[in-house]
Each structure stands twice: as structure tokens, then as C-alpha cells.
Design a protein around this ligand. Structure first.
Ligand code: NAG
Ligand code: NAG
Ligand code: NAG
Ligand code: NAG
Length: 391
């Protein structure tokens, strides 16, 4: 269990000018001030954690004098997201990740404490809230050390992708911190601080993220790309959607932009539609000919036409007794909540994530075209945006 204790160490604030000292006091006090009313405006998500540290993400060690604070050393570095303070040695280990982004690396160590860099919003809120509570609660604060109840609950990195419709956020360009004014920079928002994946960004930033461009590693630590993230989803195609047809091997080509392990993908319909019969109506994802019912027939394969999504075990063919040109060839599937006119086709999460490499091709196929059956009467094409969810 985490024990949150006041930070009273050689990270001293004794001889600092008054305004700075006030600032420091408020910053550190919020680490152990309990907001007086749960759900009120004084939620504090910023705090230090004694006896814990973040392992393996230190990009710089700085020794501080008795009048220095690690906090300010951290704010001098644009990529600093948090720090470990080594008690007794006066060493600040500046980290380029937070414990929210890497919960698996947040470990006990009695000789250290951990503190996250405040967001701008956090600074403002904490100043107001902590000065108020300082007045209200005065000296009784130090005895009230409980785990912070206001830490946002964050899905584990690579957690279950929400199979929800896209809610388009406003497009904004990446923020940068050229002024070096000490403002906190979110993970992935500048080229110097690429994130591992969109899901790491949500974990680090503590919640949903809007449709926006971020810097993401594209192949291990080498190279990074700018990609749209929305929640944990990373958009794979560029500005142009990917189109696929219903016959004559008109698959849509997806070029993977990031190496990694794919948990699943989703397709977002942009325009067009497909028909499997001149007499039946159009569909975004399948065939509206009655025997198919609400079954879908949009399939993702690798470059050798091996089915990747949905998992091949979910693919069905017709019963042997049912007469159809595709016979028992497995080329359609059910997906709960998704039908012929759904805007979003979000596949189920793979139980074994799929390893993909940057520049590898995946293909989007119409089932009958993939299996080369019953396709002569087919027509139309559909265009989609492609999103991937990495571990
Ligand atoms: C983050 O720090 C690690 C060392 O812990 C370093 O290998 C890595 O390159 C740093 N990443 C960035 C983006 O600064
Ligand atoms: C989708 O829209 C684009 C741009 O408006 C157009 O070029 C393309 O032909 C359309 N595709 C289909 C299948 O409707
Ligand atoms: C579809 O959803 C229903 C209700 O949520 C559930 O009972 C059923 O098992 C689901 N089917 C599949 C194939 O996931
Ligand atoms: C989708 O199709 C159903 C019938 O299958 C229809 O009731 C519904 O209005 C359609 N929705 C849209 C947005 O076209």
C-alpha cells in the first residue's frame, strides 16, 4: 500500500524568497492536503509519493544544493514529466515518463520519493485550493495522510479498446513549449518526447484524448511519426481514406506506419457502398441479400491474404445444405451492435495480439472477392479511415 507522507527533506525551502516559498509550500502541501469535500472543486491529482520511485525512465541526474528544488530542475527540461528524489544524496532523477504511463515501473524504494510535474491547470487549481485549505485546516493536515482518492482511474495501458463511435474533437496542432517557460508538456506533444503509442498517452494524461496529432515512436526507439490519436486508437491511413471494391480483387491497401503488437483495428466509413446483387440494397460492410441477414463481410488480411481480423474462427460459411455460389467458404461474421449501415466497424480484441512491422501491408477485402465466389453481380466500393490499437 502506498503511504503518502509530507515531503520534508533536504529538498529545502528555508531560504527562498517569499513568493517562491509560498509557491513551493502550496505545491508540496497539495501533495498531502486532502480535499475537504469529495467531488468538490479541490480535486488534486498532483502529489508526491514517499518510498516509491519510477524505474528506468531517468534521462538526467542532477545534484541539488540545499536551496534548490528538484521541482524547478524538472521544469527547466522540456521532456521532464516527473522526478525521483534520492533522499540524503540530494539527487534529482528526472524522468521522461510518469507513473501513470508506466505503472509497471513504479516500485518501492525507501530512499526515494516520486513527484509528478504539475500541469498548468494543476498549478492554478492547486494554488487556489491549497491556499484555501491551508486556512481552513491549518496544522491538522499532517496527520491526515491517506491515499489520494482523486487519482483518476486510468485503464491499463493497452487496455480494452472501447468499441464506440468516433466523437470528432476539434483539430488542433501539436502544442510545443518553445519558450521554455516551465509549462508542462503532455507526452507525445513535441518531437523531443514521442510516446510509445496512443494508449500510452491516454494512460499518462489520465483519460480520453481528442482526435489530435501526436508524436509516436514508429519502430522501437528509432524514428517517430506524427499520427492522429483518438483515445487509444492510432489512425493508420493519411488524409485519404482507403477504398475497397466488391469484385475483381479490388482490396484496399493499408500500409502500417508503426511496428508493434496490434490488439485490434477499426474502420470508420467515409463514403461509398457495396452491393452483392443488383436487386438488393447497398451496405457499407457486407451483403444485404436475405440469407446474410445482418452478417458482415469486410475482412482484414495480411499481404498473403491470410485473415487477420476478425479472428479466423469467427468467420462462417453457409450450411452445406444451403445452395449458394460461395457454398461453405468462410467469408462472413456477426459483430454485436454493428450492421450494414453502422459508421464504425470495430473488431473484437484479439486474444493474441498481432505483430506488425512498419511499412508492412495489410489488406481490406470484401468477403466474396477474397474467396472469389458469387462476385460477378457485385458492384460499388467503399472508403474508410483505418485505426489501430496497439498494446
Ligand atoms: C527517456 O529516457 C530514457 C532513459 O531512461 C532514454 O533512453 C530515452 O531516450 C528518453 N526518451 C526521450 C524521448 O527523451
Ligand atoms: C469518396 O469520395 C471521394 C472524394 O470525394 C471520391 O473521389 C471517391 O470517388 C468517393 N468514393 C466512393 C466509393 O464513393
Ligand atoms: C452480443 O451481445 C449480447 C448482449 O450484450 C450477448 O448476450 C451475446 O453473447 C453477444 N454475442 C456475441 C457473439 O458476442
Ligand atoms: C440503418 O438501417 C436500419 C434498417 O436496417 C434503419 O432502420 C436505419 O434507419 C438505418 N440507419 C441509417 C442511419 O441509415
Amino acid at each position: 500500500m502506498l503511504v503518502h507522507t509530507p515531503v520534508r527533506t533536504t529538498d529545502s525551502i528555508q531560504q527562498i524568497p517569499l513568493n517562491l516559498r509560498f509557491w513551493l509550500v502550496t505545491v508540496f502541501f497539495t501533495s498531502w492536503v486532502r480535499a475537504s469535500n469529495v467531488g468538490g472543486p479541490c480535486h488534486t491529482t498532483q502529489y508526491s509519493v514517499k518510498g516509491m520511485y519510477l524505474r528506468g525512465h531517468t534521462f538526467k541526474n542532477v545534484r541539488v544544493g540545499p536551496h534548490d528544488s528538484c521541482y524547478f530542475k524538472c521544469t527547466e527540461e522540456v521532456t521532464c514529466q516527473s522526478y525521483n528524489f534520492v533522499i540524503g544524496q540530494n539527487i534529482c532523477e528526472l524522468n521522461n515518463r510518469t507513473k501513470e504511463a508506466r505503472p509497471e515501473d513504479f516500485l518501492p524504494d525507501e530512499t526515494r520519493y516520486y513527484m509528478r510535474r504539475l500541469t498548468n491547470r494543476g498549478i492554478f487549481r492547486n494554488l487556489i485550493c491549497s491556499s484555501r485549505e491551508w486556512q481552513e485546516k491549518g496544522t491538522e493536515l499532517s496527520s491526515q495522510l491517506t491515499p489520494n482518492p482523486f487519482v483518476p482511474t486510468i485503464p491499463p495501458r493497452g487496455g480494452h479498446p472501447p468499441h464506440s463511435n468516433l466523437v470528432r474533437g476539434k483539430l488542433t496542432s501539436p502544442t510545443s513549449n518553445p519558450a521554455g517557460d516551465g509549462a508542462y508538456v503532455p507526452l507525445g506533444s513535441i518531437p523531443e518526447l514521442p510516446a510509445e503509442s496512443c494508449s500510452e498517452i491516454i494512460a499518462s494524461e489520465g483519460g480520453a484524448i481528442k482526435y489530435k496529432k501526436y508524436w509516436i515512436h514508429s519502430h522501437g526507439k528509432s524514428g517517430s511519426i506524427e499520427a492522429y490519436c483518438e483515445d487509444g486508437w492510432q489512425k493508420v491511413n493519411g488524409e485519404d481514406p482507403v477504398c475497397f471494391g466488391a469484385k475483381n480483387n479490388k482490396y484496399g491497401s493499408i500500409i502500417i506506419t508503426k511496428s508493434g503488437r496490434l490488439r485490434t483495428m477499426k474502420l470508420v466509413h467515409k463514403n461509398g457502398s457495396l452491393r452483392c446483387n443488383s436487386e438488393t440494397g447497398p451496405s457499407f460492410w457486407g451483403c444485404t441479400y436475405a440469407p446474410y441477414g445482418k452478417k458482415l463481410s469486410t475482412i482484414i488480411t495480411d499481404a498473403t491474404k491470410t485473415v487477420v481480423l476478425p479472428p479466423v474462427k469467427d468467420l462462417k460459411g453457409f450450411r452445406a445444405s444451403q445452395s449458394h455460389d460461395c457454398g461453405t467458404k468462410k467469408h462472413f461474421y456477426s459483430l454485436n451492435g454493428t450492421s450494414h449501415n453502422s459508421t464504425v466497424l470495430a473488431f473484437q480484441t484479439l486474444s493474441n495480439p498481432l505483430s506488425v512491422s512498419r511499412d508492412e501491408e495489410l489488406q481490406i477485402w470484401y468477403g466474396q472477392d477474397l474467396k472469389d465466389c458469387s462476385e460477378s453481380g457485385n458492384s460499388g466500393s467503399a472508403c474508410v479511415d483505418v485505426y489501430a490499437w496497439y498494446e
